[in-house]
Write a protein that binds this ligand. Sequence first.
Ligand code: PAF
Length: 277
Amino acid sequence: MQIIRTISELRAWRATRGRVAFVPTMGNLHEGHMALVRAARANADDVAVSIFVNRLQFGQGEDFDAYPRTLQADADKLSDLGVAVLFAPDDAELYPHTTQHYNVEPPGLQNELCGRFRPGHFRGVATVVLKLFNIVKADVACFGKKDFQQLTIIRNMVEELNLDIQIVPVDTGRAADGLALSSRNAYLSAAERAQAPQLYRELCTIRDALAVGRNDFAALENNAVAALNAQGWQVDYVEIRCAADLGVARGDERHMVVLAAARLGQTRLIDNVEVER
Ligand code: PAF
């Protein structure tokens, strides 16, 4: 596996390749990322993975400085999986203009759900993803469903800006007790880690209620919030949305998604489950 640090070298590599699948990451890779890489391999001849901790998507007081940077261990894992290229630019390579730069403003959805609690986050995500798409010029890019709002915003961006890339969604990887795999799980204390699967269980309770036809969305959401708060979580939101576009669910959708974000101590966790009916 080649480790490439500059845009010009990455472009030179791309020019020699056929069908390429791309997995953008911020590193600190876990089994959930490995599933993205496997999906990428199934979709192309060559896989390119990027590792870049994107400061634009971190708000003030968030964990940009503390975010685990584990490049060598990550490179070893990717190499074992047959990845062709690891693109690991530094900050100055992607953002040479420190005072001003262009931004991608995802309309509407960027201020809902996680966007209400992380202003500017999805602007930062969309901006870096568009830059990476323009650099890597992949045919396909794989994104995890765990970040369902991110996936939806990226799909909208690809459609609205007519980007020539196919987005492949990949199911959320989970630990045996149901906790969604996330780099931020590493921040949990032992006691918090034992409690963390409750978030998934509350989402499953709502999923099961929806699946048998309940439509009292507010009551289902409020019950989950109360159950989590009672166990010491600080809940940002639990919401039932339409899976196709994350619009507010009306009750006649066949495909919905229940999304949540909540803090255990200092750690903010997100998760979601889909419901077909
Ligand atoms: O999902 C992530 O790890 C990041 O948001 C992404 C897509 C790599 C952009 O920085």
